[in-house]
Design a protein around this ligand. Structure first.
Ligand SMILES: *Cc1c(COP(=O)(O)O)cnc(C)c1O
Length: 482
């Protein structure tokens, strides 16, 4: 398997899975994709149906990472996808499933269910990929005798998923910036209660955008970045995307009795990372009917899939919503899909994403390409705060099931795209406890709290408060990497 950039650099060069594992963007600013998607045969699909999650992950990942010895990869997936790690399940007996399917009911002739992706250590779907990334990073670094210092900014889900994936890993340190006193008590406690010596929580006296600006400033200091071996784990990381492909297969098998059936998936989306994995699963040959992109008020993606216009938002137009992990101004993984939509023409991708930088977007409405969106199975919808509250209440009353705000966006939009006889699987991207305020508003009761999290907020916390100043952050990093 060789990897290429969506903008064309390095055509004819060799990039293996391990080569691109630790990096971010390709050197031309594009995103990495395999030179072609591996196809799944009918025999494989039949054999995979009954595999445990870890072994299914092995079979799928192997197709994308032939440079890692098979025995090593199998050991890595078995160590990652365990019932102990993904233990925060609704029903104890489902723990071994890793991503259990929760049936809600039949609506408009379509079986409606939730694929539980948030049973990992931080109660959000990002654990599904990040836990594997932690083990892959440790494995690859050890092989080359290298170390890595991960620098990131978070307003919640990504930072905690990264910290829980990297804690205690050899050769890795994490420096995570978060806005001082701006996160919920639960999210703060989740991150700051970690006592592992390789995890550094930096509370910046500023807002989330300030944290992001500091990360950019530090990353733009190329000498510092090289000297301190700084890396990132953001959502464009290819290994994260490919790890997410696995649960589309798992969800498909759980929702069907035979491989002749088709299934639709609805995916709460912001950065297009999760649903990009669904697109890849479909390209590999998984019988997916529709991929439904569900956004919140930040509807960059819904606008594109309805109109063909991709228009990134300015900060002032980016709303703070009650599904905050989807509050984005541009969708950083979207370029991977555009590359496929345009028949894999890197010159056109380069031009379009130059237009994004220079003019704030592009319009494919008039080109023949936009019509092909439906050939790829894509449709979309959006949801707002009132929809979210109504949906949380409705699902609780009707199905006795408590869902989080992001999943509620998914269920709301899924209901607009039901087809009789086609199972609709909504990806559950977080547990309600992470976004308790809206649960209280909708249900006038406390969110469910998994047993392992009782008393979380009263654990001792370990963090460093720093001013909103990139130089001070650099000094802190340098002082702790010696
Ligand atoms: C990150 C996140 C999303 C958005 O996922 P993308 O793949 O980045 O679009 C949705 N819901 C939750 C709870 C998240 O943490």
């Amino acid at each position: 398997m060789n990897y290429i950039s969506t903008r064309g650099a390095g055509i004819g060069e060799r990039h293996t899975f391990s080569d691109i594992l630790l990096g971010g963007l390709a050197k031309d600013g594009g995103l990495y994709l395999p030179n072609e998607y591996p196809k799944v045969t009918a025999d494989e699909l039949a054999r995979w149906r009954t595999l445990p999650y870890a072994d299914l992950a092995f079979e799928i990942l192997r197709k994308f990472s032939d440079d890692i010895p098979a025995d090593d990869l199998r050991e890595l997936t078995r160590r990652t996808y365990t019932a102990q790690t993904y233990c925060n399940v609704r029903d104890e007996e489902n723990a071994a499933q890793i991503t259990p399917l929760k049936t809600l009911g039949v609506e408009n002739g379509a079986p409606l269910s939730l694929l539980e992706l948030s049973n990992g250590p931080t109660l959000a779907f990002k654990d599904m990929a990040m836990q594997l990334l932690g083990n892959l990073f440790e494995y690859t670094l050890a092989k080359h005798g290298e170390t890595l210092n991960i620098l990131g900014a978070t307003s919640g889900d990504t930072g905690s998923a990264a910290e829980y994936a990297m804690r205690g890993k050899k050769g890795i340190r994490v420096f995570m910036l978060s806005p001082h006193k701006k996160m919920s008590a639960f999210q703060t406690a989740q991150m700051y209660s970690l006592q592992d010596p390789n995890i550094f929580n930096i509370a910046v006296e500023g807002v989330f955008d300030d944290c992001q600006d500091i990360v950019k400033a530090v990353s733009n200091d190329h000498a510092f970045k090289a000297q301190q071996k700084i890396g990132t784990v953001n959502s464009i990381n290819w290994a994260r995307v490919v790890a997410q492909v696995v649960y589309y297969f798992k969800g498909y098998f759980a929702a069907t009795k035979s491989n002749d059936e088709r299934v639709s998936f609805t995916v709460p989306s912001g950065n297009f990372g999760n649903v990009c994995a669904g697109h890849i699963a479909r390209m590999m040959g998984l019988p997916i009917e529709k991929l439904v992109v569900a956004t919140n008020e930040n509807d960059v993606l819904d606008e594109f899939f309805r109109t063909g216009i991709y228009r990134v938002r300015k900060s002032a137009e980016t709303y703070h919503t009650s599904s905050p992990s989807m509050d984005i101004s541009k969708a950083s993984n979207f370029e991977r899909f555009v590359f496929d939509l345009l028949g894999r023409d890197p010159q056109r991708v380069l031009q379009l994403f130059r237009d994004v930088e220079e003019k704030g977007g592009f319009d494919l409405q008039a080109s023949g390409d936009f019509a092909r969106v439906t050939e790829f199975g894509f449709v979309s919808g959006r949801s707002d705060h009132d929809d979210r509250v109504d949906t949380i209440r409705d699902v609780f009353q009707r199905y006795d099931t408590m869902i989080d705000t992001h999943t509620a966006d998914g269920v709301k939009v899924a209901r607009e795209h039901l087809q009789a006889g086609v199972p609709m699987v909504v990806l559950e991207t977080a547990q309600p406890i992470k976004f308790g305020e809206t649960i209280r508003e909708a249900l006038e009761r406390e969110p469910e709290r998994p047993a392992a999290f009782s008393g979380l907020e009263s654990l001792p916390q370990r963090f460093e408060v720093l001013p909103n100043d990139a130089q001070r952050v650099k000094e802190f990093v340098a002082a702790h990497t010696r």
